[in-house]
Design a protein. Sequence first.
Length: 211
Amino acid sequence: MKTRTLAATAALTVSIAGCAAIATDATDTHADYRAQAIALMKSSFHDKDQATMDRLDQDGVQRLCDQQPDNAASAQERAALEKAELATVKFPADGKFFGNFAEGEKIAQTGVGLQWSDKAGSVAGGNCYACHQLTKAEVSYGNLGPSLYNYGKLRGDSDAIVRYTWTRLYNAKAYDACSNMPRFGHKGILTEQQLKDVMALLLDPKSPVNQ
């Protein structure tokens, strides 16, 4: 019996060691493939007008969420990155958070901007419908993000909700390091006025979002 126990223990030890080796090899292989992919992109792409190569350079949250599965990142590391992202958020200089919801709808519908084929300095869109439902009138929308229909009607317009919504639009990674949502304000995709217009679209009681 003792011999069998020793044999079983030895077999288990070998098995665990083998699994650890496989896991290490898998990690190393992933790192190799990633390095090869980055090298391929950098050799294949080139600057063209406003679409420049620096877009391939990752910052802290991008590296974290690209190199590790979302659930593997330590809570401490994620929290530190989210705190740093939160510090980038700039609230409206004039203290006014709302613009024109009709203009906000145009921004939500528009997906152009910041591509090499767009004129530098031209106004970009938010392309919000690519990921969210916003109004009942628009039947074509993505579902990568949650439905925002009745966003303001359900949440109200308290100061906390207003500032939360602005922060989400400005830099969603302040609340979720691995969020798929673009950092519209932080990356200069939308202007302050455009952000105000989208805020109105989401929170104005008269907006089609809240009907």
